[in-house]
Design a protein around this ligand. Structure first.
Ligand code: ATP
Ligand code: MG
Length: 722
């Protein structure tokens, strides 16, 4: 038995597997067999020590990685093993709470809220406090709620009735938000671990029960654990003192969410008896791919240098493809995949297309569909099925076809007070006259059940859009739909960057099509073209599909062929993370690139293209990281013109200056969102936004009900308590 487990492991891995007791840390680069060692160790503990798998806690970062780990463990110790303690941090917290939350008088059937539920609560809170999205976007409010939940203090407020003293706007929002949560016994994502820690702290018997039950703890991807997550795990290890952690500091990609790679680096300082195991051999990738990864990550200044080697065969060259348009880039990727299938006997599922931002999938998906290649999006939704895109398409269809499906989708979107009852009434008239719902509504609008201000507004809106349809291009029409219907306002209130980006990407794709087709394309033609992408037969049973996912989702996974697409400045590195977090963000973006490269086994391809970049508002050009790579490391396909290179380099210079300015501004911030201030002329106001990029606050002056941008340097705002 042991032999079967140990046979295909190297010396360091065997060491890791056999050192079952005490504090052990494995630090090693990508693809060196860390997860393999960890899963083998799990099996070893079960088979050689005779400890049940339900006494071994194994945590990792993403659901996908946890799933992969469960699969590998089951392959070693059999399908019937209980692997429910192989989980994410949050998954494990839910497990604890389902068992013990009654200690704090919550029902075991407590509700777990998702972001949409959170927004529902916020909507109520905003209404009660007479706030609108002009005062604060949901996104900002949610971010502030997370900040306030980073300490456990709020739990004393809701669970022990201690009164909160904070009094600014955000404090009031927060207070009501958590009161509503409690009334519904609803926990949001941040609460899960907080509640578990709280119960452990207040009820020692519960803590001891879990500490005894969990004899061994293993943590994978520890570089992305936050301080809180780690101390939670550490607390659980205090009786048995068997804690095995595994990670690669170069793959930290969640620093923006509190990851502290320091835990891995300083582990031996917390636990002086720590045994450290280093692994240097990479088993995943060809030397070409591995060398490229090593080469890129060396640029980071905050890191411990380590070099990986491999005995794998040389394999093929890494390829960079530069497309003159996005369409060309995507078609190239798709054709390359077809070649791999034809020439190298690869399967579609051997290919993964990775990207930094969700909206990048749009043009790739269109190319895949055009070429009839099945694909699946890991942890995401197909572009044309994303809600915000479907909503706009429904408006377009209603304008063109006046059909019932589109009508039903948009009649109450955004809310016009036209609920189910109203629609039933419209249906009755439609049946009577055998007309479409929309026509029935128009013809019978004067009937008492139908004459509502929302309905009149809707008819007027559609009439107006129909006129615009005749004179405007489709891309402009879409902008009008968004503005005039109020959809933009709703999405702005949400402040969901992803949805806004998807819409920009959508408009962008239409402009591209309009430019490519030369002459004006009609709405009917456009909808016909697009129906190919929206009426997909989703039930296609094939499991052999190309995999699309963000780099974040790809962590810990591996694929024979990897395409890193959308390798453009502003996408990777992302414009936003750089402007928000500056230098340290840039290193994290570089680590993301490293993670993407090191997912590949046999082939690695980088692609990017020219065109318009709505993230930066300028032309697209290759990522600065491409220029950091010595050209000896890859071959280039497609023509990268000198002008594009020049343009890129100039913009990097400008960017550098901007960064320096930004760093300076960061030190000037005196107030935060929700603070009340006094202005010598405009009187009392409230900070509703702090914009470090522009170097200004947005202040709402309540007496006058106006907002004004006030420069950081102004110096005459004074904080006041209310
Ligand atoms: P990452 O940092 O990306 O999570 P990792 O260090 O966890 O990588 P694994 O996923 O465990 O690496 O292993 C990478 C690949 O190498 C897997 O396909 C695994 O089966 C293989 N592998 C690991 N160790 C060995 C070994 N000793 N001999 C042969 N193959 C190995
Ligand atoms: Mg791993």
């Amino acid at each position: 038995m042991t032999n079967r487990l140990l046979n295909n492991l190297n010396e360091q891995q065997i060491d890791a597997v056999k050192t079952t007791e005490g504090y052990v840390r494995v630090i090693a680069g990508a693809g060196s067999g860390k997860t393999k060692a960890l899963t083998s160790r799990f099996a070893y503990i079960v088979e050689e020590l005779g400890v049940s798998s339900s006494n071994i806690l194994c945590v990792t970062f993403t659901n996908k990685a946890a799933e992969e780990m469960r699969k590998r463990v089951k392959a070693l110790i059999g399908d019937n093993a209980d692997v429910s303690l192989i989980s994410t941090y949050h998954g494990f917290c839910v497990r604890v709470l389902r068992e013990d939350i009654n200690k704090i008088l919550y029902p075991k059937s407590f509700i777990i809220m998702d972001v949409e539920d959170q927004k529902t609560i916020l909507r109520e809170v905003f209404a009660e406090l007479n706030l609108t999205s002009k005062d604060l976007s949901f996104k900002t409010a949610l971010r502030e709620i997370t900040v306030r939940k980073s300490s456990l203090e709020y739990l004393e407020y809701i669970l022990e009735g201690r009164k909160d003293k904070g009094q600014n706007e955000m404090d009031r929002i927060f207070q009501r938000y958590i009161e509503k949560q409690q009334r519904n016994f609803a926990l949001d994502f941040d609460d899960l671990m907080n509640y578990a820690i709280y119960i452990f702290k207040k009820h020692e018997d519960v803590l001891v029960k879990w500490q005894k039950r969990i004899c061994y703890i293993q943590v994978d991807e520890v570089q992305d654990s936050s301080e809180k997550q780690f101390s939670f795990i550490e607390m659980l290890s205090q009786i048995n003192k068997n804690l095995f952690i595994v990670g690669d500091p170069d793959q930290t990609i969640y620093e923006w969410r509190g990851a502290t790679p320091k835990i891995l680096v300083d582990f031996d300082k917390y636990f002086p008896d720590t045994k450290t195991i280093i692994m240097n051999q990479n088993y995943r990738s060809t030397p070409n791919i591995l060398n490229l990864g090593n080469h890129i990550i060396k640029r980071n200044t905050i890191r411990v240098d380590k070099d990986m080697f491999t005995e794998n065969v040389q394999g093929v060259d890494v390829v960079h493809f530069h497309g003159s348009t996005e369409t060309e880039e995507s078609l190239w990727v798709v054709n390359e995949i077809k070649e791999l299938v034809k020439e190298k006997n690869a399967k579609y599922s051997d290919a993964a297309i990775l990207y930094r931002a969700n909206h990048v999938s749009r043009s790739i998906e269109q190319a895949l569909i055009k070429e009839n290649i099945p694909y699946t999006i890991y942890g995401g939704i197909r572009f044309f099925e994303r809600r915000e895109i479907k909503d706009i398409l429904a408006y377009l269809r209603l304008l063109e076809f006046g059909d019932d499906f589109s009508f039903l989708q948009v009649i109450n979107l955004p809310t016009r007070g036209l609920g189910r009852k109203f629609i039933e009434n419209v249906s009755k008239y439609a049946e009577l006259s055998n007309a479409s719902l929309f026509n029935a509504l128009i013809e019978n609008i004067n009937q008492p059940e139908l004459i509502r201000s929302g309905a009149l507004e809707f008819i007027k809106l559609i009439d107006e859009l129909k006129i615009l349809k005749r004179i405007k291009s489709i891309s402009d029409l879409v902008k009008d739909i968004l503005d005039k219907s109020g959809l933009t306002k709703v999405i702005r209130a949400d402040g969901d960057e992803d949805r806004l980006n998807n819409i920009k990407e959508f408009v962008n794709s239409i402009i591209l099509l309009e430019n490519e087709s030369g002459e004006n394309i009609s709405l009917e033609e456009y909808l016909q073209e697009i129906s190919l992408f929206t009426n997909m037969d989703l039930k296609d049973g094939s499991i052999d599909k190309v995999k699309l996912m963000t780099i974040h989702t790809s962590k810990g996974l591996e694929f024979p062929y990897v395409f890193l697409s959308g390798f453009s400045e502003g996408i990777l590195p992302s414009a936003m993370s750089i402007s928000e977090r500056t230098a340290s963000a840039l290193e994290e973006e570089r680590r993301l690139t490293y993670v993407a490269i090191t997912r590949a086994e046999k082939g690695f391809y980088i692609t990017e293209s020219e065109g318009y970049n709505f993230n930066t508002g300028s032309n697209k050009y290759p990522s600065r990281f491409l220029f950091e790579i010595n050209e000896a490391f890859y071959v280039r396909k497609g023509t990268l013109r000198q002008e594009v290179i020049e343009e890129a380099k100039q913009s990097f210079e400008r960017e550098k200056e901007k960064l320096a300015l930004l760093e300076k501004r960061k030190n000037l911030v005196l107030f935060s969102v929700g603070d009340h201030v006094n202005h010598p002329i405009l009187n009392k106001g409230r900070i509703i936004e702090v914009n470090e990029i522009k170097g200004e606050y947005t202040v709402l002056f309540e007496e006058r009900n106006v907002t004004r941008p006030i420069n950081f340097l102004y110096g005459r705002l004074e904080k006041i308590e209310i």
